[in-house]
Design a protein around this ligand. Structure first.
Ligand code: NAD
Length: 434
């Protein structure tokens, strides 16, 4: 099939590349001319494991190309994916200006039948709104609008896209249903389902999934904080409840709160949708409040331990909002850095992939390390904010040589508290006895 993907970020580029990998011709459109130029020269503009190989193979074989020209991309494509940003607006609801702006443009470009697919995370009713925009200039027979929310996780995006646990498709058109089924069949050969539903339910499904996962995280963070106060160990509690198949083992790890480009904005947007429909979604209010507090938990532990932080040197490992990505949107590390700087601390950071993005934000307000040990040279403590694998089994001998004081604040419960205490460290983690 001939496919256009509008918006070439984490979702759009992975979507486009993976559809090219299954033999389709894909043209990706972006308004960011420098990004497009980079991709045309054969460079992947984001860090995502496994993406580069697929990207290079498919660009070389001519199935994957890039342009800034929407019309050029749309002309030869029957299928048009919208993978555009939906950031929070001022009131927390999703800003639909990117999606609706492109829909308006499409209404002036389309001349033969197209399927226009919302892959962005969009509030209930957006497919209907996109349809209205298209109808302003087009006959209804010239298009179908489909809602096809994306569930990939950054860090394992390619794997998630190539082998999705499920594909959700919201459509009321039989023609679109058949084409979408054909398009996704190569990805579900192992029997995972393609679940068809109406457009509104598909839109709600994506928000329900993210809001549920965010709730799980905030719930475990609350349990961990209570463990801290009563002397229980959240690791034991996690093992005790995770073995209950009704609860499940995953997403039970406490930490420094959820971040990233999805959970914070999606929970907020769903909460706004509820409010706009005169419904008070009180669980979500609490989920957001808990997360807001949790993002500062490592800063608070550092402050409680040292008292006055002015002039204290903090070595901080992990900046990305989670491992295996360079994405720092809403990363808990940024909240920690801001609070430390406000207290007059000196911060030096290290991350395997996200340093360049953090440099753009902080410039010379913090120091950037060349490796994880350089990061803690002469520091009063080490703080861990992202659980990259490279931090899991470090050289503790080297760490103690570099640190002025053997103190570790572990926001991701990476180490075994008993082992680390045996090594002579003062160790603070989340929800586990000191
Ligand atoms: P992103 O910010 O990484 O990428 C968006 C891209 O769209 C950018 O490259 C931007 O330049 C481009 N763009 C903006 N306006 C444009 C226009 N008018 N024409 C063409 N391109 C334009 O965003 P993302 O993380 O890929 O997310 C996209 C959507 O997918 C969001 O709704 C998000 O909630 C959703 N989503 C994201 C993830 C994730 O893990 N990142 C997962 C599932 C769903």
């Amino acid at each position: 099939m001939n496919i256009a993907v509008v918006g070439t970020g984490y979702v759009g580029l992975v979507t486009g590349t993976c559809f090219a990998e299954t033999g389709n011709n894909v043209i990706c459109v972006d308004i960011d001319a420098s990004k497009v130029a980079k991709m045309q020269e054969g460079h992947v503009p984001i860090y995502e494991p496994d993406l580069e190989n697929l990207f290079l193979r498919n660009t070389k074989q001519g199935r994957l190309s890039f342009t800034t020209n929407l019309e050029e991309a749309v002309k030869g494509s029957e299928i048009i994916f919208l993978a555009l940003p939906t950031p929070p607006g001022e009131d927390g609801s999703a800003d639909l200006s990117y999606i609706l702006g492109v829909a308006d443009n499409l209404s002036k470009i389309i001349t033969d039948y197209k399927i226009v697919i919302d892959k962005s995370t969009v509030p209930v009713g957006t497919a209907e709104e996109v349809e209205k925009r298209l109808l302003a200039n087009l006959d209804a027979s010239l298009f179908d609008v489909v809602s096809n929310p994306e569930f990939l996780r950054e860090g394992v995006a390619v794997e998630d896209f190539m082998k999705p646990e499920r594909v959700v498709i919201g459509t009321s058109s039989e023609k679109a249903r058949l084409l979408m089924k054909q398009l996704y069949e190569p990805f579900v050969r192992q029997g995972n389902p393609i679940i068809f539903m109406d457009e509104k339910s598909a839109e709600m499904t994506k928000y329900a999934a993210n809001a549920f996962l965010a709730t799980k995280i905030s719930f475990m963070n609350e349990i961990a904080n209570l463990c801290d106060r009563v002397g229980a160990n959240v690791d034991s509690v996690r093992a005790g409840i995770g073995t209950d198949s009704r609860i499940g083992k995953r997403f039970l790890f406490p930490g420094v709160g959820y971040g990233g480009s999805c959970f914070p904005k999606d929970v907020q947007a769903l909460h706004r949708t509820a409010k706009a429909n005169d419904y008070s979604f009180s669980i979500l209010q609490s989920v957001m409040e808990v997360n807001q507090k949790q993002k500062f938990i490592i800063f608070e532990k550092i402050k409680a331990h040292f008292g006055d932080l002015s002039g204290k040197k903090i070595g901080l490992w992990g900046l990305a909002f989670k491992p295996n990505t360079d994405d720092i949107r809403e990363a808990p590390a940024l909240y920690t850095i801001d609070s430390l700087l406000k207290e007059g601390a000196k911060v030096k950071v290290y991350d395997p992939e996200a340093i360049q993005n953090v440099k753009k934000l902080y410039q010379d307000r913090i120091e950037y390390a060349s490796d994880q040990y350089d990061c803690i040279e002469g520091a009063d403590c080490l703080a861990i904010l992202t659980e990259w694998n490279v931090f899991r089994t470090p050289d503790f001998g080297k760490i103690s040589e570099k640190l002025v004081k053997k103190v570790i604040f572990d926001g991701r419960n990476v180490y075994d508290p008993d082992k680390i205490k045996e090594l002579g460290y003062t160790y603070f983690s989340i929800g586990r006895p000191i």
